[in-house]
Design a protein around this ligand. Structure first.
Ligand SMILES: Cc1cc2nc3c(=O)[nH]c(=O)nc-3n(C[C@H](O)[C@H](O)[C@H](O)COP(=O)(O)O)c2cc1C
Length: 245
């Protein structure tokens, strides 16, 4: 349709990078592109930690469950939902901030998602590759300690960025009919649509160049969703001042 939409539709996560550093000016440009995203009520609640220290990178790779590219990617950014400077803003205006609302947690987290996706697209527009690293939340308390994150700040995910040294296929997404509904939520045909999608995903996994798998989408998802999902998140976030009311 146009080159922006073509770029968006050609996204695939990159996990192998050339040993080629990214200039700090480029990283600054990417982060400024992130800042340009829409932000709930102008709260601008995302702080990015660029992790350069090799020792910290190695520890983060381990904390993320042994994801070696966290250590080896030319650039690694941690996107943090940050309501701390809002506390400062209130203090500067002799006001007492009311924190801990779930609404604030949602807006700060959404802000990070939008910011990071802008960074991702900006990077891809420069022929760089990216992969998000939600694995940081496996050990969210350790990650927060390593990066000196205070209360009212939490690491939502990381992102590896670099020049790709692999060329993986684009992963097929759900059929449009499953994700785009007209006027109301009607999922009466979704069972058969998902079954079709399963075959499509199986064909994709069988035809790709590496890491061949015998799996569809629904079995992958059900395998994941029968397990607990990082149950430490709620107490951690509450301890840090989020989702208390
Ligand atoms: C918030 C978020 C966290 C993710 N965390 C990881 C991760 O820890 N490790 C990883 O290898 N991929 C991670 N991914 C990448 C997804 O696995 C990937 O986007 C998905 O399988 C679709 O593949 P694609 O990006 O190649 O289209 C993450 C993606 C998102 C959006």
């Amino acid at each position: 349709m146009n080159s922006t939409i073509d770029l968006l539709k050609s996204h695939r996560s990159i996990r192998v990078f050339k040993d080629q550093p990214i200039a700090q000016e480029t990283i600054n440009e990417l982060v400024e592109a992130g800042q340009a995203a829409a932000t709930s009520s102008f709260i601008q609640a995302c702080t990015v930690i660029q992790v350069n220290d090799p020792e910290k990178r190695q520890q983060l790779a381990t904390m993320a469950g042994g994801q070696s590219y966290v250590e080896t990617a030319p650039t690694f950014l941690v996107f943090c939902a940050d309501m701390k400077r809002h506390q400062l803003a209130c203090e500067m205006n002799d006001a007492q901030m009311q924190s801990g609302f779930t609404e604030q947690f949602i807006t700060a987290t959404v802000d990070c998602g939008l910011f990071a996706q802008n960074v991702a697209i900006a990077a891809e527009s420069l022929d760089l590759g990216i992969v998000y690293i939600g694995g940081l939340r496996n050990k969210i308390a350790d990650v927060s300690k390593l990066l000196d994150l205070p209360d009212l700040v939490y690491p939502v995910f990381g992102m590896c960025i670099g020049v790709p040294d692999q060329n993986p296929e684009v992963k097929p997404r759900l059929p449009l009919s499953v994700v785009l509904k007209q006027d109301s939520y009607d999922d009466t045909k979704d069972r058969e649509r998902l079954a079709d999608y399963d075959s499509h995903v199986k064909t994709y996994y069988q035809s790709r160049g590496s890491n061949l798998k015998e799996t569809g989408w629904t079995d992958q998802i059900s395998g994941m969703l029968v397990k607990e999902a990082r149950p430490h998140m709620l107490p951690f976030l509450q301890e840090r001042g989020f989702i208390k009311r």
